[in-house]
Design a protein around this ligand. Structure first.
Ligand code: AMP
Ligand code: MG
Length: 397
């Protein structure tokens, strides 16, 4: 059985090829940049006032300053500020020639024709041309995940057509004779399909195009038919259920039939031990399509998507999955009996930065995740932790 880290390495080393496309700025949110962005101008583009105030010479502020003009943002100053004079200036307006300081309106008395500074300390209140960014500077790297902050940068430098990685297509297929869709009234022995919907939502949130294939029954023919369709239409297929050692777990055999090479089917992780990863290679030896077959329990599916599939998806778009793993301390002592697998447990991170495991009965316990905001990685081989000891915690988006 391979370790989870090893599984992650295998997955990442089989990432798909990334292709680029242009999208309008209005559709760039959540995409991955496929080329760098350079500043087309200095920022600020001119010496700019940071406040509403009066532009003057610092040496003059002890006396009364004669008012020359009112400079609004978006207009060029008309007059040079000479000794004993000032011009009223709005935030974002251009500094007039001759001025080296802007005194704030809040610290001035304005008679209408002259101004007197009655403040205590003097600051320049000027943002100088190019102090933030120089024309030609690289402002965004290839592979950057585009959030609202990056939208502002793209907009500032006039990038209205953004070259981003094409979205990957992900097909979602649930398996199991006991599984029915959420709108059905289940019989006593049936379970509503939570995985399919959860995985669909996770894939959408990660910026993929999602195709949904419903539920395959536990028969080779049903699986063959639905998996065939999903493989045909998508770059990535995520299956849930049917990979365990049960009598009706046909996934491994059917993956073979489609010419997929299974690179692992057992990982020393809990939950998610039977997680399976299979690749269809192109002629040139690169990965063309992949299948992640996950065990059926919803918490397994959730954590395996977040920690295994999402990094793969972003790498396949030339980027890195957003999100943070931090070394955080246990709030209280913690111990576990079995240590032969890495445990991924839902936890609640407090505002003081420490975390506590949430009540969690196992990987079918879907409501456990509702109260969690992190997944702690309890390392293999270690059973006991004292309060304050740190482990890696993945902070849930
Ligand atoms: P399996 O991996 O097929 O052996 O399934 C493991 C457990 O997960 C079983 O209790 C299944 O009923 C449950 N399960 C499988 N698929 C789903 C699903 N789509 N939604 C919710 N639970 C599921
Ligand atoms: Mg099953």
């Amino acid at each position: 059985m391979i370790t989870f880290n090893n599984a992650a390495e295998i997955v990442l080393s089989n990432s798909l090829k990334s292709e680029g496309e242009f999208v309008p700025l209005s559709e760039a949110l959540g995409r991955v940049l496929a080329q760098p962005v350079y500043a087309d101008r200095d920022m600020p583009p001119f010496d700019k006032s940071a406040v509403d105030g009066y532009a003057c010479k610092a040496a003059d502020i002890v006396g009364e300053l004669k008012l020359l003009e009112n400079i609004a943002a978006g207009f060029k100053p008309g007059k040079t500020v000479t000794a004993g004079c000032c011009s009223k200036i709005m935030t974002g307006a251009m500094l007039p020639e001759g001025a080296d300081t802007i005194i704030m309106v809040e610290e001035c008395e304005d008679s209408g024709t002259s101004v007197r500074f009655n403040g205590k300390s003097l600051k320049s209140n000027i943002c100088y041309k190019g102090e933030d960014i120089r024309e030609g500077d690289k402002v965004l790297e290839t592979g950057t995940f585009i959030k609202p902050e990056q939208i502002a940068i793209l907009a500032s430098f006039g990038v209205t057509n953004v070259f981003v990685a094409k979205q990957k297509k992900i097909g979602i297929l649930s398996t199991g004779d006991e599984i029915v869709e959420p709108d059905a009234i289940p019989t006593l022995v049936q379970i509503r399909n939570s995985n399919g919907w959860q995985l669909r939502a996770q894939a959408l949130r990660a910026g993929a195009i999602v195709n949904y294939y419903g539920i395959a029954s536990d028969s080779e023919s049903s699986l063959r038919e639905k998996l065939g369709k999903a493989l045909n239409d998508n770059d990535i297929v995520i299956l849930s259920g049917g990979v365990s050692m049960g009598d009706f777990d046909f996934v491994p055999a059917v993956l073979d039939e489609f010419g997929l090479k299974t690179l692992f089917n057992k990982v020393a992780v809990q939950p998610g031990k039977p997680s399976t990863f299979a690749v269809k290679y192109s002629q040139d030896g690169s990965a063309k399509k992949v299948v992640f077959a996950l065990p059926g329990n919803p918490v397994s599916c959730f954590v395996q998507f977040e920690l295994l599939i999402k990094p793969f998806l972003f790498k396949s778009m030339g980027g890195e999955a957003p999100g943070l793993k931090a070394d955080l301390p246990f709030k209280s002592d913690y111990s576990r009996k079995h240590t032969e697998r890495l445990a991924l447990i839902p936890v609640k991170i407090d505002s003081d930065g420490s975390f506590s495991p949430v009540k969690y009965n196992g990987s079918a316990h879907i409501t456990a995740l509702n109260g969690a905001n992190g997944i702690a990685e309890i390392p293999l081989g270690v059973g006991n932790f004292a309060a304050g000891e740190k482990v890696k915690v993945y902070i849930l988006p």
